[in-house]
Design a binder for this molecule. Structure first.
Ligand code: 6R9
Length: 667
């Protein structure tokens, strides 16, 4: 069984409600702006409707899509946990995301304002997108790709990436997007597991001011055993850098795609036809290929994008800063927004290239109205200083979103105040690669928001918090987050491994999907996410959530970011070790460390006081912005580092280790 944590009993026995209130200090709530509430896409009524008839509610949302054959059946749950949604319906995802908008007279609407990192730009209308997707679909067919064949996509953040995904969807070939920052090894494993037939890549992309190669990693991956079935490598020219060429296998995108016919008839696929596989790394074992299918997935990402971001496609300019290699990019750059006919910004690079105001410059330039990003980015901006966003006109923004990690109240408030002019709702959206779409979040026109809480399940979604014995915990208590009813965009299985699907998600709590996250309900019944249960610390018999200690640290004015881990300790089982990034000018001295320890003790109680606090310049993160606490535990326990292949920048760990009194040896 994948479940192997023995020490994560009911959480929250230490961190009381008073401490949550403490973190919030003034118990702030932010009511939706009246104007937004008055014209919101979704009102409180939706919760009632969905509660009265959950399946009827989803059947109604499915009608947002254009079906070649309308489904009569909503959910088939006769073989749980293997769900079928809208199983007798047929549709084409690319048609829904592109063609139907053109047919509705919106061909001239911009789908993507692309902003390359070097400053090159390109706007792609829905009509142009339709042409490119059609041509790319023909090109894939010419390369022998058939419905059901897997295509690996290893690309930078450029429009061709979305085109490639949509072209795959159009011909029914499930894609497996592998994040462009991953190594040849990680790419090879994913190609092998999915048995991909074609790889779509680019010579490189721009990152941090210079071209960064991609093609060599593909060449290397394809020397590994188990990748022999890859017949063709389709290469987009982005940077113009030199590439090695394998004649007969490698094909330039512009040479094959540009000469194809501009019209392509989309074929309708079964609602349960596989749409994509996306690998999540997990902390141990080989990556899990999360399988998503067609009709249910598109229904939920379309509905949630419409509801959570209150998208008004005629006037909004929507920007999700995630990478397309992450599920957020799949659901909220490609499929959700495009199915809704949104105009989006697509940015290739990093937020601080060539300067730390780059994002805000982009918001100003395109008049971005909805921004969706991750707490890690918000905290980086906090660290760089309030004066940077203040130089730009951000008045177009009307909704701000957050995803990827618990957002600490301090960062939430900063985001609202310095980016959202103290007016815009902030929606903290909880979901996972496995859930496919947003699950728990405030609605911008309905919910009075609470900084730091994802709050309530969306209409049609059933989530709760349970204890070890699967009993729902009362308000004010903590435990494990579970989903109690199937939802349309749920994963269908782990690619090629149904047993692992059962073991990982459905065996810990009977008949409930276990998300792996700790959570707590406050006195109003609102849900607060407490981080992965694997990260929970056991200190002198008490379970303490890393998230809450991190939030307490970040609530100190001198701390920009914090990562907390439990390190084995002879006296207390685990001892709390904190790694902190200080704000701008804060000096690092003995006094400060003591001040921070005392601050945490005051916020959360003496038991949560960190034993060690180490100021560092950077924290180890995955490319999707999640802190890799596992590596920090290795450091804190003076061990050689585990797998670092999903790390953004491996030099970060050297820096951190060099600051320790006794740096561990390599072996
Ligand atoms: C979309 C995405 C999923 C894990 C999830 C949880 C964490 C995501 C969060 C959040 C607290 C939020 N997570 N959103 N935690 N509040 N709003 O991130 O998918 O990469 O699969 O990660 O991320 O721990 O279980 P994925």
């Amino acid at each position: 069984m994948a479940w192997d944590t023995t020490d994560t009993l009911g959480m929250g026995d230490v961190v009381s409600n008073e401490s949550l209130a403490n973190l919030l200090r003034e118990e702030r709530r932010f009511a939706p702006p009246a104007e937004l509430a008055a014209s919101a896409n979704v009102t409180a009524e939706a919760y009632k409707r969905a509660k009265a008839d959950r399946l009827g509610f989803w059947a109604e949302q499915a009608r947002r899509l254009t079906w070649a054959t309308e489904p009569n059946e909503t959910l088939d749950w006769s073989n749980p946990p293997f769900a079928k949604w809208f199983a007798d319906g047929k549709l084409n995802v690319a048609y829904n995301c592109v063609d139907r908008h053109v047919e509705n007279g919106l061909g001239d609407r911009v789908a993507f304002h692309f902003e390359g990192e070097p400053g090159d730009t390109r706007s792609l209308t829905y009509a142009e997108l339709q042409r490119e997707v059609s041509q790319a679909a023909h090109a894939l067919t010419e390369l022998g790709v058939q419905g059901g064949d897997r295509v690996a996509i290893y690309m930078p953040m450029i429009p061709e990436t979305a085109v490639a995904m949509l072209a795959c969807a159009r011909i029914g070939a499930p894609h497996s997007v592998v994040f462009g920052g991953f190594s040849a090894d990680a790419l090879a494993t994913r190609i092998q597991d999915a048995d991909a037939r074609v790889v779509i890549t680019a010579d490189g992309g721009y990152r941090r001011g210079k071209p960064s190669a991609l093609k060599p990693a593909v060449d290397e991956a394809l020397t590994r055993p188990g990748t022999e079935n890859v017949r063709s490598v389709l290469v987009v020219r982005r940077t113009g850098q030199d590439v090695a060429w394998s004649e007969g296998r490698d094909v330039w995108w512009h040479e094959i795609v540009d000469r194809q016919p501009e019209q392509h008839t989309p074929e309708a696929f079964d609602a349960e036809h596989p749409l994509f596989i996306l690998y999540t790394s997990g902390t141990t074992g080989k990556p899990k290929g999360i399988l998503h299918t067609t009709g249910g997935y598109l229904t939920q990402v379309s509905y949630t994008h419409h509801a959570v971001f209150d998208l008004k496609p005629e006037t909004d300019v929507y920007w999700c800063t995630a990478d397309v290699g992450w599920v957020t990019g799949h659901s909220y750059i490609v499929y959700g927004p495009l199915s809704n006919g949104a105009t989006e910004v697509l940015y290739e690079g990093t937020p601080d290239t060539p300067h730390q105001g780059r994002w805000w410059e982009i918001v100003q330039k395109y008049g971005v109205t909805i921004l969706y990003t991750a707490p890690t980015a918000i905290r980086a901006c906090m660290k760089w200083g309030d004066d940077i966003p203040a130089k730009f006109d951000l008045s177009s923004l009307r909704i701000l979103g957050s995803v990827g990690e618990p957002i600490n109240p301090e960062a939430w408030i900063w985001y609202r105040k310095h980016i959202g002019a103290d007016q815009t709702p902030v929606v903290d959206t909880w979901w996972q690669t496995e859930t496919g779409g947003i699950m728990i979040t405030p609605l911008p026109g309905v919910t009075a928001t609470k900084p730091g809480s994802a709050q309530v399940p969306l209409p049609g979604i059933s989530a709760t918090v349970v204890d070890d014995d699967t009993n729902e915990v009362p308000n004010g208590a903590g435990g494990y987050l579970v989903l109690t009813e199937p939802w349309p965009s749920m994963l269908r299985t782990i690619w090629g491994d149904d047993q692992r699907y059962l073991d990982t998600y459905w065996s810990r709590f009977e008949k409930r999907y276990f998300a792996g996250d700790g959570a707590k309900k406050d006195d109003d019944g609102d849900i607060w996410l407490l981080g992965r249960v694997d990260d929970v610390m056991l200190v002198s018999g008490h379970n303490i959530s890393t998230t809450e200690v991190e939030s307490a640290l970040v609530s100190h004015p001198k701390v920009a970011e914090a990562a907390v881990v439990g390190a084995t300790d002879p006296q207390t089982t685990q001892a709390i070790c904190a790694f902190v990034i200080l704000r701008g000018s804060a000096a690092e001295d003995e006094g400060l460390v003591e001040e921070l320890r005392a601050h945490v003790a005051k916020q959360l109680g003496p038991i949560a006081k960190p034993k060690r606090i180490l100021p560092v310049a950077e924290l180890p993160k995955t490319r999707s912005g999640k802190i890799m606490r596992r590596l920090l535990r290795d450091v804190a326990e003076n061990r050689a580092l585990g797998d670092v292949t999903t790390l953004t920048d491996s030099s970060v760990m050297e820096l951190i280790q060099s600051k320790l009194p006794s740096a561990p040896s390599e072996d």
